[in-house]
Ligand binder design. Structure first.
Ligand SMILES: CC(C)(COP(=O)(O)OP(=O)(O)OC[C@H]1O[C@@H](n2cnc3c(N)ncnc32)[C@H](O)[C@@H]1OP(=O)(O)O)[C@@H](O)C(=O)NCCC(=O)NCCS
Length: 340
């Protein structure tokens, strides 16, 4: 079964993202819903900065706050589409463009992917408490307006637009909550709920709190106290040394934890920390993340350590890790690579 998710653009997809846009040029296709990526092919880093500005923008008559995502097919980790969601509308957008723009790369069209793209986009809208979205499409672009209709879009107007697209345009509106409720049975099992996004500097406080929540009890158990000042210093050194290999764990694009891991000098892969906030523990999320890591690094031995009293040891054992060393407070565990 194929599953999909929306991913916040980051540096690690630079080459793929450029290749994605080039495919549209190769097929002479319209480009829509990319947050302007096609204008930044020689400055991807600049585009990421622009997205950050879009994210935090105060709406005015020229620009509004927006989110841009890649639609990723989990099975082969490929960008198959993009979506751009305007979180507020100015008078211009109300007339033309609406809340959402999207695209599917030419070689992946006609497989129902855009319907999943829009469903996921509506879930983002719900998260931002948007009740109704406006959308439009050229009448001669049935793949677009049929997507809207497939998610319960109501055609509110059809008119000849002589300002922008110079053709007949169809306007739609979708009630966000009703659509999600009505179509969840069709799309929920096509969604990858648990995903990782790259750590960003403004995640600093969030990650500190997540780690504190996870480890404070053990620190007190073994060292008798939690000294906030020392811990903050320790954290600063820690995060600065691992941030390139750090991720925020998300559930439906909502932050629910922290993960870091990397290849170490011995060539082994080391799982540094995996912390999930309490409300999302015991739901199989940690298992899924570690299983994905095991698949990704199947050619490496994988190492980790845990506090001796942490019940998570059972989970690691279930996934094939074995204790190879003990220190005063920790078990060091290893899973030997496949075929050994
Ligand atoms: C519009 C676009 C995103 C649709 O992507 P897609 O992967 O083809 O869409 P899906 O496969 O999810 O199909 C969505 C609906 O359109 C229909 N459809 C797809 N291609 C079609 C075509 N060429 N002609 C008629 N209907 C078509 C599908 O049957 C489906 O409707 P259904 O549920 O009634 O069967 C894609 O064509 C694209 O990226 N175009 C360029 C950018 C663009 O125009 N964006 C929209 C601007 S408003």
């Amino acid at each position: 079964m194929e599953t999909f998710y929306l991913e916040e653009p980051s540096l690690r997809r630079k080459n793929e993202a450029i290749e994605f846009i080039n495919e549209f040029y190769e097929y002479n296709s319209d480009i829509n819903g990319t947050g302007g990526l096609q204008r930044f092919l020689d400055n991807y880093e600049g585009w990421l900065e622009k997205l950050e500005d879009d994210y935090n923008r105060i709406p005015d008559e020229v620009r509004v706050p927006a989110r841009t995502y890649f639609l990723i097919r989990s099975n082969d980790n490929k960008i198959v589409g993009m979506i751009n969601i305007r979180l507020a509308l100015n008078e211009n957008l109300k007339k033309f463009g609406g809340n959402i723009g999207y695209c599917i790369r030419p070689t992946e069209r006609g497989k129902g992917y855009n319907k999943i793209n829009l469903y996921l986009g509506l879930k983002v809208c719900k998260k931002h408490e948007i009740k109704e979205v406006l959308l439009d499409a050229d009448k001669d672009n049935p793949a677009s307006w049929k997507t809207m209709e497939a998610l319960g879009g109501i055609n509110t107007r059809e008119y000849f637009d002589d300002e922008n697209s110079h053709c007949i345009v169809k306007d739609y509106k979708i009630n966000v909550n009703e659509s999600i409720e009505k179509y969840s049975s069709e799309y929920e099992d096509k969604i990858e709920h648990i995903t990782l996004r790259n750590y960003k500097d403004n995640d600093y406080n969030y990650v500190y709190e997540v780690k504190k929540n996870a480890y404070k009890e053990y620190v007190i158990q073994y060292w008798n106290e939690w000294n906030e000042e020392d811990q903050k210093k320790y954290f600063e050194n820690f995060i600065n040394s691992v941030k390139e290999n750090s991720y925020i764990i998300q559930y439906d694009n909502m932050d629910i934890g922290f993960y870091n891991g990397n290849i170490i000098e011995t060539g082994n892969y080391e799982i540094g920390n995996i912390c999930i906030i309490p409300e999302y523990q015991n739901k199989g999320i940690g298992t899924k993340i570690i299983k994905d890591i095991i698949t990704l690094y199947k050619k490496n031995d994988i190492e980790l350590q845990c506090f001796k009293t942490n019940p998570v040891k059972k989970l690691y054992e279930r996934l094939g890790f074995r204790v190879y060393k003990e220190t005063d407070f920790h078990y060091k565990m290893k899973k030997v690579k496949e075929g050994v």
